[in-house]
Design a protein around this ligand. Structure first.
Ligand code: NAD
Length: 431
């Protein structure tokens, strides 16, 4: 009998037909950064490709007795700086180019916060909310079993992402452990604490976003206590970020998920909204609020906007209509390069994804270290170390942007990519 944590059936993450090509966007960012920092062609060429790419077509027995073949990917972008790290995404939109882009961004993210990891990403094309707990477990276990030859604590350590969470990570860890013949908690992070997870991991990404919001607001002279906050995406990242930024004094006036959004200018009761979302599978329809579209929410006037859903949400089509003073990117790649230009011209700063959502991978690193040492830290210790690492990265990024006259995104990319390039240069070319 499964002890899976039950989930309400939620609206599927829907593919936006005009979603920009994330892989083209990620490679363009690399080329632009290399041109700014003078990285040589050979290194750029090596970083423009993902080192290893695995595609798995694997069978899963569905509850109705039929057999369904799912397609999953694991992409390891750069192994130069250490084992690779990155999440596993369950969504109908999962495609190889998206996974490549996300893997490349993980390389930069790990380098920016100084972790001894390269970047990876993976996913299975499916609608996790239409699967039963049993189907999700069988899918996860079969996918994990297929990945056994190419992952491991010294090679590649997956983690949760869109559509996955602690339960999937526990199944993943158990499956790999069965294959190697002993408990192997260090093969995956974001696990429940009872199977070697870290205190503070569940909240880490949202906590990092809240920290970056406070530091950026401070630098920009925005008083968080008088600020209105809007959050797109009400999952692990968005809901936690909303709660923790609210705890710093901001009023959360609008939130949205794939099922739609809600707006109440006087502020939302986040505990009640979360309860409503648990019961109904979406925040939409929460009593006493105005409905707002899941994309329209981005245009609700506010002080701080946190896109924390999926990539490609702030585009050339809507960037001129954003009505905020600061964008803090919770999601990976939510802003297209064209939108970046528009926001720059409008004087709206964007704290970039690879900086402000790095809290998840930082505490994943802590989890991996704790699993390898079998020596566990308390939550206060985890949060203090997280804050220290993120503060260093935030200050370095902000200072570089100020001194070099670039955007925060360009500064973060330049710092990160230069570090990876230096590692590749020093290691040289084998054979
Ligand atoms: P999640 O599955 O827990 O939540 C995603 C949320 O976004 C849900 O509320 C979903 O309904 C909503 N959503 C999906 N498509 C939407 C759309 N088109 N419009 C509005 N809302 C939509 O996922 P998560 O872990 O919170 O991840 C969110 C983002 O943060 C992703 O981009 C992910 O890559 C990134 N991220 C996650 C972590 C982590 O630790 N989980 C770390 C770093 C970055």
């Amino acid at each position: 009998m499964t002890t899976a944590i039950s989930r309400p059936r939620r609206p599927a993450q829907v593919a936006d037909p005009d979603l920009p090509d994330a892989w083209a966007m990620a490679r363009a960012q690399l080329r632009a950064s290399a041109a700014r920092t003078g990285i040589e062609r050979d290194v750029v060429e090596r970083l423009s490709h993902c080192e290893r790419e695995f595609t798995l077509n694997f069978p899963v027995r569905m509850d109705d007795g039929t057999l369904h073949i799912f397609t999953g990917y694991r992409v390891q972008h750069s192994l130069a700086r250490g084992p690779v790290k990155g999440g596993l995404r369950y969504a109908p939109t999962v495609a190889i180019d998206e996974v490549r882009a996300l893997a490349m961004w993980m390389t930069w993210k790990c380098a920016l916060v100084g972790l001894p990891f390269g970047g990876a990403k993976g996913g299975v094309r499916c609608d996790p909310h239409s699967l039963s707990d049993g189907e999700r477990e069988r899918l996860t276990r079969r996918f994990a079993a297929g990945l056994v030859p190419v992952i491991g604590p010294a090679v590649d350590i997956p983690a949760p992402d869109l559509g996955t969470g602690p339960q999937e990570m526990a199944w993943f860890m158990d499956t790999v452990s069965m294959h190697v013949g002993h408990a192997q908690p260090g093969v995956v992070t974001g696990k429940p604490v009872s199977v070697g997870g870290s205190e503070g991991r569940a909240e880490a990404t949202g906590r990092g976003i809240a920290l970056c919001t406070a530091w950026a607001a401070d630098r920009l002279g925005i008083d968080l206590h008088r600020s209105r906050l809007v959050v797109q995406g009400f999952g692990n990242v968005g809901a936690t970020a909303a709660r923790l930024i609210h705890a710093q004094g901001a009023t959360v006036i609008a939130v949205a998920d794939a099922g739609g959004g809600i707006h109440r200018e006087e502020g939302l009761d986040l505990v009640a909204v979360a309860r409503h979302a648990r019961i109904h599978g979406t925040v939409a329809g929460f009593p006493g609020t105005e409905p707002v579209g899941r994309n329209g929410i981005l245009e609700v006037p506010c002080d701080v906007l946190v896109p924390a859903a999926v990539e490609g949400q702030i585009t050339s089509a809507n960037a001129s209509r954003l009505s905020c003073r600061l964008v803090v990117e919770g999601a990976n790649g939510p802003t297209t390069p064209e939108a970046d230009e528009i926001l720059l011209a409008r004087g709206i700063p964007v704290v970039p994804d690879i900086l402000c959502n790095s809290g998840g991978v930082v505490v994943s690193y802590f989890e991996w270290v704790q699993d390898l040492q079998q020596f566990f830290w308390n939550e206060a210790e985890v949060n203090a170390r997280l804050g220290a690492i993120m503060r260093t990265a935030f200050e370095a990024t902000w200072d570089r942007a100020t001194t070099s006259g670039t955007t925060l995104r360009e500064a973060a990319l330049d710092l990160a990519i230069s570090r990876v390039a230096e590692t590749i240069r020093v290691r040289g070319l084998y054979p």
